[in-house]
Design a protein around this ligand. Structure first.
Ligand code: ADP
Length: 275
């Protein structure tokens, strides 16, 4: 479990988080959603021990991240949005060089994922498109097989078929016990993949809830008229999407962009609703 308590973080003069509490349970694929600049990368760096909390604590399995104990370092991998890749490097070499630090790494899994993602692990990164580089790194990161895998904006630069591959490959990790945190501002890319969903904004956590809990509290109505009591409405083919307070309306299918906009526009209402 990742346990963040009374946590604040600031870069010299830029406050990013102000006294937040956040827990990540083991074995789920979390979506960490927020607009550009809200602090998603910062939070992933704190969890992986690259940055120290300004106040409060961040612990993974009871170990303070910033202490960077060997058992902690073996259990977690952060794949950044962009990595400097040496000209002569290949995905295979990248994986082999990283693998020595991760005892559960799995070379067969790396080759299998590379095949599924249609990338050639022996090709130089510099001869690949940005999307192919990204997919190669993703295959490597998954095959390191760490207990905790943090993916920062992993769908940036992927084309539409690659985004579908990404969702398929990640969904295969459900039930493996691995905890994955995917940070993104492109919320549509992780629809039907992430559960629980975390939304951050304004130095704080606006929502941290399972899909089940969200659909208990909110109702997503598709088609029909725009509703004046909706937390958020948007035109869609065949009428409107209305995000409503679920007043005994039953279950509905989450629309992630609708949820994101409803939460950002009704911050105090949503906070009270999910306390
Ligand atoms: P996100 O990943 O959500 O786009 P970041 O965590 O990258 O957000 O950034 C959060 C805030 O911190 C932004 O205002 C950004 O400008 C600022 N910031 C990020 N890195 C640094 C840094 N190294 N020094 C100073 N400010 C930074």
């Amino acid at each position: 479990m990742i346990d963040i308590k009374n946590f604040s973080f600031a870069y010299s003069k830029t406050p990013v988080f102000d006294n937040i509490d956040l827990q990540f349970e083991k074995g789920s694929i979390y979506g960490l959603l927020g607009e550009n600049g809200v602090g998603k990368t910062t939070l992933l760096k704190v969890i992986s021990g690259l940055l120290k909390p300004t106040a409060g604590s961040c612990e993974v399995e009871g170990r303070k991240s910033f202490d960077r104990e060997p058992e902690f370092l073996e259990s977690i991998f952060l794949l950044p949005d962009e990595l400097p890749l040496p000209d002569s490097a290949t995905p295979e070499r990248f994986f082999n060089e990283m693998a020595v630090f991760y005892p559960n790494q799995n070379l067969d899994m790396f080759h299998h994922l590379a095949q599924e993602l249609q990338i050639d692990p022996s090709r130089k990164f510099k001869e690949m498109s940005f999307g192919q580089q990204k997919k190669s790194l993703l295959a490597g990161a998954l095959a390191l097989n760490t207990d905790y895998l943090l993916l920062d904006e992993p769908t940036n630069g992927l084309d539409i078929p690659s985004k579908a591959d990404f969702r398929r490959i990640l969904s295969e990790r459900v039930g493996t016990g691995q905890t994955i945190i995917i940070s993104t501002h492109q919320v549509k890319d992780v629809e039907n993949l992430i559960d629980p969903i975390i939304i951050i904004s304004n130095n704080s956590v606006l929502l941290n809830a399972s899909v089940e809990r969200i659909t208990e509290k909110l109702f997503f109505e598709y088609g029909g008229q725009q509703r004046p009591d909706a937390l958020y409405s948007e035109m869609m083919p065949g009428g409107f999407l209305n995000v409503l307070v679920n007043d005994g309306m039953g279950e509905s299918q989450i629309n992630i962009e609708g949820l994101f906009n409803a939460v950002l526009r009704n911050q105090s209402t949503v906070r009270t609703m999910f306390v």
